[in-house]
Write a protein that binds this ligand. Structure first.
Ligand code: GDP
Ligand code: CA
Length: 329
């Protein structure tokens, strides 16, 4: 059983943790692990060079969460880290004072930057970083070419283009985004490892991640949509929107910017039915959104209604099981 998951940071990480736990039960290898293989194709549009280091927020959220080291309370970074180095960098006037990098997290960025400077690709560097963690999931950046999401905003009557993280973290997405720009996307392509994981998957899951700046960015890499369309495996998506709201985070601000309503129905239609040239063979929406199932079915998207909150390991594992069951249908 090979499952390939298209993912962003927090929503992707939570889903992957549930999927790993479900597959360990459903396909045990007798050693606490699973004979099933999970590959995550991860958004790298939030990546940046900061204080001379390559930072990959979504890859790291997933790595720390699956490695059991994520600071779940804060939502990012590592448990038990201090910010002494970050304070020092601020004192030197480099970096972004509103984007604190904890000391343990900085260790990851230093190691990654070192691998990249040795000439490794991001895929290879990610594999090296993953070696020390018991992930049970193969992490693949969507592309080895840098693609950076920038956002056009208007501040004090002036048009400005800022890095996605500046809009997201500094402005808390409160300044309306005029548009998103994928800098570098024209020269990017999915890695051979990503294409292989899509082609040879038994099931492909679109995680409950931000539809615009996580999933949308992955889909925007030239060749990605074609690979998904050509895949033999069913593609099942999990709605990141429950009861008309982004569960955690500010996905609604991103959807509004691209003119899509913040509802499970609108996001499902935005992805579209694979039979009609879109992405999805199946779509999972929450019980509170059940009335939308008929609308989605009419749009050619077979829809399953299940609880979508990933509150703890049990609910996350059940959601993963439900997604695989929907794919089988
Ligand atoms: P980011 O890169 O850290 O912003 O994370 P992602 O792109 O992977 O996912 C963020 C989105 O995940 C949020 O905006 C929510 O819509 C969604 N999400 C977070 N927690 C849950 C959950 O428990 N259930 C569902 N269905 N979606 C969730
Ligand atoms: Ca992200």
């Amino acid at each position: 059983m090979r499952v390939t998951v298209i993912a962003g940071g927090v929503g992707g990480a939570r889903f992957l943790r549930g999927l790993r736990s479900h597959l360990r039960e459903a396909y045990p290898n007798g050693d606490g692990g699973s004979t099933a293989e999970i590959t995550a194709v991860v958004n790298t549009g939030d990546d940046m060079w900061l204080t001379g280091l390559r930072v990959c927020p979504d890859l790291d959220s997933i790595m720390y969460t699956l490695g059991g080291a994520n600071d779940d309370e804060r939502g990012w970074g590592r448990q038990g880290e201090s910010e002494r180095v970050s304070a020092e960098l601020t004192a030197y006037g480099i970096g972004w004072p509103w984007f604190t990098l904890g000391d343990l997290d900085l260790g990851t960025h230093i190691a990654r930057s070192s691998f990249l400077r040795d000439g490794l690709t991001l895929t290879e560097a990610t594999a090296r970083l993953s070696e020390r963690w018991p992930l049970g999931v193969r992490l693949l950046p969507m592309s080895d070419q840098p693609v950076e999401t920038h956002v056009e905003i208007v501040v004090d009557g002036k048009r400005r283009i800022v890095h996605f993280e500046e809009w997201w973290v500094k402005h808390r997405a409160a300044v309306p985004a005029q548009r998103f720009i994928q800098v570098g996307v024209d020269a990017a392509h999915p890695t051979p490892a990503v294409l292989h994981a899509i082609e040879h998957a038994d099931v492909i899951v679109v995680a409950p991640s931000n539809p615009v700046v996580s999933i949308g960015t992955v889909l925007g890499v030239p060749g990605m949509r074609a690979a998904l369309k050509a895949a033999k495996a069913p593609v099942v998506g999990v709605s990141p929107i429950i009861s008309g709201a982004a569960v955690r985070g500010m996905a609604d601000a991103c959807l509004t910017a691209i003119g899509v309503e913040t509802t499970a129905v609108a996001v499902g239609k935005h992805y579209g039915s694979r039979a009609r040239g879109g992405l999805l063979d199946a779509w999972l929406i929450d019980e509170t959104d059940a009335p939308g199932a008929a609308v989605l079915a009419a749009a050619g998207i077979p829809t399953t209604v299940v609880p979508l909150w990933m509150n703890d390991p049990a609910t996350s594992a059940q959601l993963a099981a439900d997604a695989l069951a929907a794919a089988r249908r």
